[in-house]
Design a protein around this ligand. Structure first.
Ligand code: M6R
Length: 492
């Protein structure tokens, strides 16, 4: 690209025109930024399917892939559209399309607190961001629960045209995918809408049928994940209505969606996504409650929509305080488990129902931050094969549904079976859900507060985030810069 740009420049001596000509000839996704020694003070840039946002300061202009890069310098930003070229000088910017016609980038105000993208005395961004999980939930809920009702103007606008949601399809990758899986149960239970969750990178390559009445919900912290962007584009081109659940203003996925519901986790800098997960689950739970309000017969069939609403909202409002309780009280228990796990080659995690995606999220976090092989299984699947891997001393983390529930009893017996085979099982669960015969008090157990089972992922995930960071600490891994990974995966 640099060579092509140089060639286009030689025949024109106009850097902006050379950039337009270059971008027009290139195929695929790119963000290009260029300077020329004959034009000091001028920077030109172009984008297609790859992020580029412009910050407008006083006598200064910023070009960045993400607003977090300049949020402490200016809040005035412009999101460049597809195939747009910007020429920036300290005095201002000119934006054109590839034919040189004036273009209108979308202006917006960055609402992130500038200090939020700083480490602020914490040993790592990951540590800071785990500590911000209660605030991420509070901020994502703020203004959206109004007198016991859920208010999502973003969705009201989207559904005003009489679109009847018959099916929800959630598309995302990595942690965002697990957030979708964790919230799927509430979308089905509260709103009564069949919901499926699919990895965005698998979706379009199987040439899926997108049925009429499908609401496609993409989830992305960065808003720039190429796989998710392409999946959303594919679904939209086939007539689906698209809702983006996203954490980053001015990013590509919300701009290409019919509506956006912002999570308000604030800038997430660590490669390992933590506070974004809880914010994503909360945003989807709000969507579930909002849609439940549009489907009164579902609520009636389940014993009264308003009761359901009220109880769920009450439980949701308690979540930030309950996450804080886990952070403040479970550190010694988590550290004790981390000390044991740091030296093992492999860890298994078990979950069921709404806690299965949490187990998977925990395994992903352990892999990427501490480089320990961690694998999550649905507990019910153990006897179909994986139990052959259980041997004396094998570390297992079991996410226990509350005792007294059907799944709680089943997990209880799974844990007993594993212990009988010598596995070293740590149970993460509510007080009543921890099996009684788990050794000396305090060992092998991490306690989370009681909540509505559909909200339990928001609490069960917290010790797993803490654990991944603690294991990385014991193993001496830099959690903010895990090898081979980037924060935004802007390539396929
Ligand atoms: O920005 P996104 O939420 O779209 O990113 C999706 C995944 O790449 C991301 O969650 C990744 O799995 C994290 N490194 C997990 O901690």
């Amino acid at each position: 690209a640099a060579w092509l740009l140089a060639r286009e420049y030689r025949s024109r001596h106009d850097l902006g025109a050379a950039m337009r000509a270059t971008a027009a000839r290139l195929e695929g996704a790119f963000t290009l930024v260029a300077m020329h020694r004959e034009h000091p003070g001028l920077v030109v840039a172009a984008r297609r399917d790859s992020p580029l946002v412009v910050g407008i300061g006083e006598g200064e202009v910023f070009l960045a892939s993400d607003v977090a890069a300049f949020a402490d310098n200016t809040r005035h930003a412009l999101a460049l559209g597809q195939n747009q070229v910007v020429a920036a000088t300290p005095e201002g910017i000119v934006v054109t399309d590839l034919a040189g016609r004036p273009a209108e980038p979308e202006p917006f105000e960055v609402d992130w607190d500038p200090a939020a993208a700083q480490k602020g005395g914490w040993p790592s961004f990951m540590a800071k961001e785990i500590d911000e999980e209660p605030a991420a939930v509070t901020d994502t809920l703020r203004g959206r629960l109004d007198g016991g009702r859920v208010r999502l103007p973003e969705l009201e606008g989207l559904l005003a045209a009489g679109f009847s949601v018959r099916k929800i399809l959630i598309l995302a990758c990595g942690t965002a995918y697990y957030a979708g899986e964790a919230a799927r149960h509430a979308l089905e239970a509260w709103a009564g809408i069949p919901t499926s969750v699919e990895l965005a990178h698998e979706f379009r390559y199987r040439e899926p049928l997108v049925e009429e009445g499908t609401l496609v919900v993409t989830i992305s912290q960065s808003g720039e994940t190429m796989d998710t962007l392409m999946a959303a584009r594919y679904a939209r081109e086939r007539g689906a209505l698209t809702l983006s659940v996203c954490n980053t203003q001015g990013s590509s996925i919300p701009r290409e969606s019919d509506a956006v519901l912002y999570t308000r986790a604030g800038p997430e800098v660590a490669v390992a996504s933590t506070k974004a997960f809880v914010a994503q689950v909360v945003a989807l739970l709000l969507v579930a409650l909002h849609l439940a309000g549009r489907v009164p017969q579902t609520g009636a069939a389940r014993g009264g929509l308003s009761d359901l609403h009220a109880a769920a909202i009450e439980s949701l409002l308690k979540i930030p305080g309950q996450i804080r309780t886990v952070l403040d009280t479970q550190r010694p228990a988590v550290d004790a488990v981390a000390a044991k796990l740091a030296a093992v080659p492999s860890i298994f995690l078990l979950g069921r129902g709404v806690l299965l995606p949490v187990a998977r999220e925990g395994a992903l976090k352990l892999k990427e931050t501490s480089y320990v092989h961690a694998e999550a299984f649905p507990a019910g699947e153990l006897k179909h094969g994986p139990i052959a891997l259980i041997e004396p001393g094998r570390p297992v983390i079991a996410l226990a549904p509350p005792q007294g529930t059907l799944l709680g009893a089943k997990m209880d017996s799974t844990v007993q079976e594993l212990r009988a085979r010598g596995a070293d099982v740590t149970v993460i669960g509510q007080v009543g859900g921890v099996p009684a015969d788990d050794g000396p008090a305090g060992s092998g157990r991490v306690v989370i507060p009681e909540t509505d089972p559909l909200l339990s992922p928001l609490l069960a995930v917290v010790p797993l985030h803490m654990l991944a960071m603690a294991v990385a600490g014991v193993r001496g891994v830099d959690v903010d810069q895990p090898r081979n990974l980037a924060k935004s995966v802007t390539v396929e």
